[in-house]
Design a protein around this ligand. Structure first.
Ligand code: TGC
Ligand code: FAD
Length: 392
């Protein structure tokens, strides 16, 4: 792979909107990605393997629980710092950002928000340091966009719960020590359970042959009469709103992350357009190529503004789920279009692993599907503005 020459675009001087702390956090993540992710990631994506050696580094840059309080091992940062870390990591690879998103927003967040003090003390510091990795089981083979229909269930056996069912498409599943599993009780109410690797009847077969997110490990969670201790139930929230609340946090991180992938594709195509000569000129001198680049930087700038504003609203506790949906949908769509255009600008070189663009493009096919598909987020916006529910 070519050396990482990334220079972040900031067409509207958005750095002026960031605090010194934001810039320090972002720059540390950016340097770490250049040093530890860029040199190895293409190889791991080609091998379809998660680079486990980067887990400690992810913990050191605060990627595991950026906004979780310091007393639980988190970094105690604000929402914009969290977003900037996700942006920088996804600039390297969406699969690495996935690992961090799941750990932070889908495992640490529910333990912090819906768990009791003993659960927080037991799990959060180990998850923040990367000693333990976690995964989040909501999707099932027959229930993806409609998690309310889930069939995974648990029965109260007096001194423990008995868990049965299966989850599919679960990031980090093949190596996670801890799984946050969403399952129905005997009355059909959804609860979160903390399931640990090693509990008899719990297996995590890996999903192979993905063309997307290859450097992230994906798997199933299978529960065959798993005895879950009663103290592993998350006591402070139940119902579908509990997992959806975690998704708000993860979708917000993805909105920032997608900007990172788009910035990397734009920056690569811009540099290539000045170096690649055809018909005696750099290709960047042709109007058609300039149109592509001009539209890319315009869309990136709009997404940066949308997302920064969303971060401010989240810091103030005012961001709505529908606003988060809009940013996730817009930014991933923006990034996938930029990846496709940038890939074309590199001609044949664009399909190789010499450059990051094709990997970003393939990765974004997962990002546009997980955490709510492109169409589901459109319908969430539709519901919000009309008051009419397309899901019912
Ligand atoms: P609905 O009746 O609308 O809502 C049920 C309850 O949930 C509440 N709620 C929310 N709460 C918090 N945050 C949100 N975003 C919420 N959205 C809804 C709602 O108020 C209600 O509460 P209550 O108290 O009245 O019961 O639910 P619905 O069944 O009609 O479904 C709505 C829909 C389709 C929007 C929802 O099911 C949805 O978002 N579906 C998409 C599923 C999804 O995003 N799955 C993601 C799986 S995890 C994943 O992909 C991880 S990828 C990780 C990685 O590698 O990065
Ligand atoms: P379906 O729900 O079957 O949707 C198929 C198509 O129908 C989509 O285009 C969808 O938009 C459309 N559709 C569905 N309902 C409607 C409707 N009402 N109106 C209009 N169109 C509709 N899940 C987890 O729980 N944890 C994870 O860690 C996780 N990681 C993932 C990692 C990867 C690499 C991938 C690919 C997925 C992951 N997922 C995870 C699952 C992901 O959240 C689901 O794939 C996603 O929610 C969509 O569900 P589905 O694949 O079953 O598609």
């Amino acid at each position: 792979m070519k050396p990482d020459l990334f220079q972040a675009p900031d067409y509207y001087n958005l750095d002026d909107l960031l605090t010194e702390e934001h810039k320090l956090v972002r720059d540390a993540a950016r340097e770490w990605v250049k040093r530890e992710v860029s040199p190895i990631i293409e190889d791991y994506a080609q091998k379809a393997e998660f680079p486990k050696q980067i887990v400690n580094g992810l913990a050191e840059i605060g990627a595991f629980g950026p906004y979780i309080p310091v007393e639980y091992g988190g970094a105690g940062l604000d929402q914009i710092s969290y977003g900037l870390i996700m942006q920088e990591i996804e600039r390297g690879d969406s699969g690495v950002r996935s690992t961090a998103s799941v750990q932070s927003s889908l495992v640490m967040y529910p333990i912090w928000k819906y768990g009791n003090e003993a659960q927080r003390q037991k799990y959060l510091p180990k998850l923040a340091s990367g000693e333990w990795m976690g995964c989040f089981g909501l999707t099932e083979p027959d229930h993806g966009s409609n998690p309310a229909g889930m069939v995974t269930n648990f029965k109260d056996m007096g001194d423990h719960y008995l868990l049965n069912g299966a989850k599919m498409w679960i990031s980090n599943a093949p190596f996670a020590q801890v799984a946050i599993v969403w399952a129905k009780d005997e009355s059909g109410r959804i609860h979160g359970l903390i399931v640990e690797r090693g509990m008899p009847g719990f297996t995590t077969p890996e999903t192979h042959n993905k063309w997307s997110l290859r450097a992230s490990a994906t798997g199933e969670l299978i529960f065959d009469n798993v005895k879950v201790p009663k103290e592993n139930l998350l006591p402070n929230k139940s119902g579908l709103g509990a997992p959806l609340g975690c998704l708000d946090s993860a979708r917000y991180g993805i909105a920032w992350g997608a900007i990172g992938a788009a910035m990397d594709c734009y920056d690569t195509a811009l540099r290539y357009s000045k170096e690649r000569m055809q018909f005696g000129k750099p290709i960047g001198q042709f109007q058609l190529q300039q149109k592509k680049l001009a539209e890319m930087i315009t869309e990136i700038t709009k997404a940066q503004l949308l997302t920064w504003r969303l971060g401010v609203l989240r810091n103030e506790g005012r961001a709505t789920s529908a606003q988060i949906s809009m940013a996730k949908r817009n930014n991933v769509d923006m990034a996938i279009h930029i990846a496709r255009e940038a890939r074309q600008m590199l001609g044949g070189m664009g399909i190789t692993g010499e450059y990051s663009i094709m990997r970003h493009s393939m990765n974004l096919e997962s990002v546009i599907t997980y955490e709510g598909t492109h169409d589901i987020h459109l319908l969430i916006t539709g519901l919000d503005i009309t008051g009419l529910n397309a899901f019912k």
